[in-house]
Design a protein around this ligand. Structure first.
Ligand SMILES: Nc1ncnc2c1ncn2[C@@H]1O[C@H](COP(=O)(O)OP(=O)(O)OP(=O)(O)O)[C@@H](O)[C@H]1O
Ligand SMILES: [Mg+2]
Length: 259
């Protein structure tokens, strides 16, 4: 795989019950970019992230990781390349101990035992979780689970990191450590988050999802000042002018109805 990019071309996704979570999403994230994925609850961020690693399959359109489309045949290669950290760490951790969870990816890659050991050490050190090595993931706190979930992905040394709300539950120190870790990760990153301080610090570019569609895609500093984006993210109330015009429209409709 020569380039570590993510390309979505007119991607749609409907859940089995029929809810259309993504409606014609297109973007390209190129090698080394660090991009924030923003949007209100239910906007479609997690759905989009699950499509990058083929945990979900697009209902229509195409997802490409590097220069290969995601298919059953290319899936193992794609999963080695894309490190996806789920929104809920309980979906990521399923082994009896932390070290077994962190070793799971490298063992699947059939790496030699010594290399697996080195990777476990490095990944747990990176998230400051060496002391949790022999603990049961099920018995960890929310923030500890989050750190271990990130380690299970780092141990695979991915070319692309896809992180779904990575800072939730982290204490101040762990939050700062994670920002430093991501700042030093030189490959492609897509980060879904409501943590705007982190976005401002880490992500020069943001993509804003609204009701399954891309509302905006551009420089973070510009987008976060844009009225339409701020409204869509719930960062501001409707401007008074809009409230007045909605009031007037409602008034006219009511009067027309009663006449
Ligand atoms: N398993 C599912 N079955 C049916 N609908 C789902 C399922 N998971 C999510 N949805 C719906 O799809 C839409 C997008 O959900 P998604 O989880 O992608 O949102 P999100 O942007 O990640 O939100 P949040 O900020 O709360 O994590 C929502 O309307 C949600 O209710
Ligand atoms: Mg989500």
């Amino acid at each position: 795989m020569s380039h570590h990019f993510i390309r979505f071309s007119n991607v749609y996704y409907s859940y089995p019950g029929g809810h259309e979570a993504l409606r014609g999403v297109s973007f390209l994230i190129t090698h080394g970019e660090r991009v924030a994925l923003l949007g209100r609850n239910g906007a479609g961020k997690s759905t989009l992230m699950l499509l990058t690693d083929e945990f979900l399959t697009a209902s229509a359109g195409e997802v490409n990781i590097g220069d290969i489309p995601i298919t059953k045949k290319t899936l193992p290669l794609v999963r080695q390349s894309v490190g996806l950290v789920f929104q809920n760490p309980d979906d990521q951790l399923f082994m009896p101990t932390v070290e077994e969870d962190v070793a799971f990816g490298p063992l699947n890659m059939q790496l030699p035992e010594m290399e697996v050991e080195q990777r476990i050490d490095a990944a747990l050190k990176a998230v400051n979780a060496i002391d949790l090595r022999t603990r049961s993931p099920m018995q960890l706190s929310g923030g500890q689970k989050r750190r271990v979930a990130i380690a299970t992905v780092l141990s695979m040394e991915p070319n692309i990191l896809v992180l779904d709300e990575p800072t939730s539950n982290l204490d101040f120190g762990a939050h700062r450590d994670l920002i430093t870790l991501l700042a030093n990760f030189m490959h492609t990153q897509l980060i879904a988050t409501h943590d705007l301080d982190m976005v401002r610090e880490l992500c020069p570019r943001s993509i804003v999802l609204h009701e399954g569609k891309i509302l905006a895609d551009g420089p973070t500093s510009v987008l976060l000042e844009d009225c339409e984006v701020r409204l869509a993210l719930g960062l501001m109330d409707e401007p008074p002018l809009m409230q007045q015009s909605t009031y007037l429209i409602n008034l006219i409709l009511t009067l027309t109805y009663w006449n």
